[in-house]
Design a binder for this molecule. Structure first.
Ligand SMILES: C[S@@+](CC[C@H](N)C(=O)[O-])C[C@H]1O[C@@H](n2cnc3c(N)ncnc32)[C@H](O)[C@@H]1O
Length: 233
């Protein structure tokens, strides 16, 4: 686990996704322990399991699932057919995976199926982001669309969708990604960290100052969304 994933610096072009995601997961990892006790966690599409350190203090067991021969994953298969019994996990994490799956509705039904009644799904996925196949990149959402995807696919007591960052930060991220690419190829290369940091810092200040840049309303933009879905008891 690299420190940058758990504490992304402002010079990270994707700061608007990474920093709020880590803060949210840290808070949710602890909240789940308070509400559910030490829990069994399934990490769907676990990749390198970058958030392991956030969950480990609160869990009895962490099981990874991935579609390939990933040494971090003890289960192998797609989100659309999770190889685990019904209601076998207290908390199911699915971070930055849904945009890559063939059938998101079936994926959400499966997340609900393997979560025990009264348990919780924590999912994040992109609103606006650059194309990034892993191995494919198929979908983007709005907050309203993600809410509907969950409510139509599973027995949920509640579904909460929130934007990870506001409009200014999301726009800054898109600009920073290309700025970084361009500067890397020029003599201004040593300045790129400072420039991206400045852009991200200014955007974060704007989002904090203006509420209309934060809430989902016509004209806004969100790089990433966080979903908390509690399974009906
Ligand atoms: C962008 S990575 C995210 C990895 C990790 N969750 C994280 O937050 O760093 C996407 C992951 O989803 C996995 N993946 C892609 N399609 C999948 C599917 N249909 N079912 C389950 N996992 C899938 C990929 O193998 C990869 O590990």
């Amino acid at each position: 686990m690299t420190d940058e994933r758990l504490d992304p610096p402002l010079s990270t072009p994707t700061y608007a996704v990474r920093a709020p995601l880590v803060r949210w997961l840290a808070a949710e990892a602890a909240r789940a322990a308070t509400e559910l006790g030490a829990y069994r966690l399934l990490d769907v599409g676990c990749g390198e399991m970058p958030y392991l350190d956030l969950f480990e203090p609160h869990t009895q067991e962490i099981v990874g699932l991935d579609t390939w021969d990933n040494p971090r994953a003890s289960l192998r298969g797609p989100i659309e057919a999770i190889p685990a019994p019904d209601a076998s996990f207290d908390v199911v994490l699915c971070a930055q995976v849904l945009e890559h799956v063939d059938d998101p509705a079936q994926g959400v039904r499966e997340l609900g199926r393997v979560t025990r009644p009264g348990g919780r799904v924590l999912l994040s996925t992109h609103g606006t982001f650059v194309y990034h196949p892993n191995p494919v990149d198929l979908w983007r959402w709005t907050g309203a669309g993600l809410g509907r995807l969950f409510s139509e696919n599973g027995e949920w007591a509640s579904v909460t969708v929130s934007a990870g960052s506001g409009t200014a930060s999301s726009l800054a991220m898109l600009n920073a990604i290309y700025l970084e690419h361009v500067l890397r190829r020029t003599p201004l290369r040593p300045l790129r960290g400072a420039l991206v940091s400045g852009l991200n810092r200014a955007a974060r200040a704007l989002d904090r100052r203006f509420e209309l840049l934060r809430d989902e309303r016509p004209g806004t933009l969100a790089a990433n969304y966080h979903v908390v879905a509690d399974r009906a008891a």
